[in-house]
Design a protein around this ligand. Structure first.
Ligand SMILES: [Ca+2]
Ligand SMILES: [Ca+2]
Length: 500
């Protein structure tokens, strides 16, 4: 697979340090050095004018149930939609891994799990990638002010040293209120139900407020501010008013043919686990409630995004800030008789990704090219003119810059999106097809031109053998072992985090 193709540039904001002692120099050299220094003295000012800030908005577990992506006919997401209308939305964007920790690790390092071994939530990433330069670290190393709030990394495994401010500024003792659940909270492990809380009591509201406070500040250098939303991650629980917008009687369920898994190989059925969450939800008679709750929670998250966008627009940084919004993966609510992420189908891998880059994107761009999240890091440093990170252990990006697609969403694009779930299980998404290859050789092939819900597996159809063969050439050739698991209880890990 080809390596990154972005243009390597030197850091435009390199600090110019005058020589400590000029006396040994000959006059002619001193003169040349003075001229050089004079030129360099002006360089930071002109470079500064071209510096872009970055507003980075990770969202947790938001699938394509976003109005402008059409994943569910009843979704209400006016703020994501207005952001999309302002820049470029990627309608065929996919996570590198359908789980929180490995998705974010791949995104923040630019490295796939097949290169790092970070395949699952229980694989802490820093122990196996101790020196890897993360995306925020790279901006920090290049003179940016970096502040991160909310869920940027997986909750248990942040690296606060990547930032100048992580979680809350010193002295900020504000804490969200406890969630006050109005119902019994769900079915088995699928947790949902309205809260008696106000918006202001929610942790996402507080983290957005913290990010807004940074947007309202005067900054003496370019900044990279991340504000990660925790909703719509379970529990699908937000204030009652959001539930009221989706009357239960009106809720439309996904279409799930009873025989949909009949043509899915055993490795896929093992991921779907139809006898667990789905069987329980159907038996409980509360499927519509779960869908209602997810729509309500997405709507709440959308309102928080709106607060951030309003604050940016009211700030002096409106016109010199790149906005990059993404959700770490999709979510099944019964499709393929599956719930949650943890699978290689469209519902688990497709998620919103929206960019606004002043001078590059044009309003209303919709990109149908297949892209995955290993390309976010290369794209951001390309847009900001930062050099490639030099990882001490030599790891190189798996993705490439998407600048050409930001500038022209219809531009030619040869690469597919690749998603990995567990060692050597991969999905390759091209513009029209999804090909899944499991470690045991099981295969699926879906033609999205005629089958957007992936009901008919064409992998065994000889007519598509050539398609399968061509797509399979993109499967990662390196599939390293799974990184060591964290055996500590999740709660004790969370206590270690400085993130409120
Ligand atoms: Ca997630
Ligand atoms: Ca099927």
């Amino acid at each position: 697979m080809s390596k990154i193709n972005i243009v390597h540039r030197g850091p435009v904001n390199a600090v110019v340090t005058p020589p400590e002692n000029l006396t040994p120099m000959k006059p002619s050299f001193l003169h040349r050095a003075s001229v050089l220094l004079l030129c360099l003295a002006f360089a930071p000012a002109s470079a500064q004018a071209k510096k872009w800030n970055v507003l980075f908005i990770p969202i947790d577990d938001m699938n394509d149930w976003v109005t402008h992506l059409g994943g569910h006919p009843q979704s209400v997401t006016p703020h994501l939609d207005r952001l999309a209308a302002r820049g470029v939305t990627f309608a065929n964007a996919h996570c590198a891994v359908p789980a929180c920790n490995p998705s974010r690790t791949a995104l923040l390092t630019g490295l796939r799990p097949s290169q790092t071994g970070v395949y699952f939530n229980a694989n802490p990433w820093r122990p196996v990638l101790p020196d890897v330069i993360t995306l925020p670290r790279h901006f920090k190393n290049n003179g940016y002010f970096c502040a991160g709030f909310g869920k940027v990394y997986h909750g248990s495994y942040p690296d606060p040293s990547d930032w100048h401010i992580w979680g809350a500024k010193p002295g900020d003792t504000r804490r969200p209120a406890k969630e006050k659940h109005l119902t019994n909270g769900g079915v088995g492990g699928i947790r949902f139900g309205p809260l008696a809380n106000t918006d202001e009591e929610m942790i996402d509201h507080l983290n957005v407020t913290r990010a807004i406070e940074q947007l309202e500040r005067e900054h003496d250098r370019p900044w990279f501010i991340a504000c990660g939303l925790i909703k719509p991650h379970m529990a699908f629980s937000v204030p009652q008013q959001y539930f009221d917008k989706f009357p239960l009687d009106s809720i439309q369920l996904p279409t799930v043919p009873a025989d949909d898994l009949d043509d899915v190989p055993p490795a896929g059925i093992a991921m779907a686990k139809p006898q667990f969450d789905h069987a329980r939800i159907v038996q409980s008679g509360r499927w519509k409630e779960a869908v209602q709750a997810y729509l309500a929670t997405i709507h709440f998250a959308d309102v928080q995004v709106g607060r951030l966008l309003d604050a940016l627009d009211a700030s002096p940084y409106r016109d010199n800030t790149i906005i990059c919004l993404w959700s770490d993966h999709g979510w099944h609510l019964g499709e393929k008789q599956h719930w949650r992420k943890f699978a290689l189908w469209e519902e688990a891998t497709r998620a919103p990704m929206i960019w606004c880059a002043p001078g590059v994107t044009s309003p209303g761009g919709v990109c149908e090219r297949p892209v995955d999240y290993t390309s976010i890091y290369p794209t951001l440093i390309d847009l900001c003119g930062l050099p490639l990170p030099e990882n001490p252990q030599g790891q190189q990006f798996d993705g490439v810059s998407m600048r050409t697609l930001l500038a022209d969403p219809q531009a030619a694009w040869q690469r597919p999106a690749i998603t990995t779930h567990g060692r050597n299980n991969h999905a390759v998404r091209t513009q029209h097809f999804r090909y899944i290859h499991y470690a045991d050789g099981g295969e699926e092939l879906y033609d999205h031109r005629h089958d957007p819900m992936e009901f008919k597996n064409l992998a065994g159809d000889p007519k598509f053998a050539h398609v399968k063969h061509e797509i399979a050439a993109w499967l990662p050739q390196t599939n390293v072992s799974v990184a060591p698991q964290d055996h500590q209880p999740a709660k004790s890990n969370k206590k270690k985090s400085k993130q409120p």
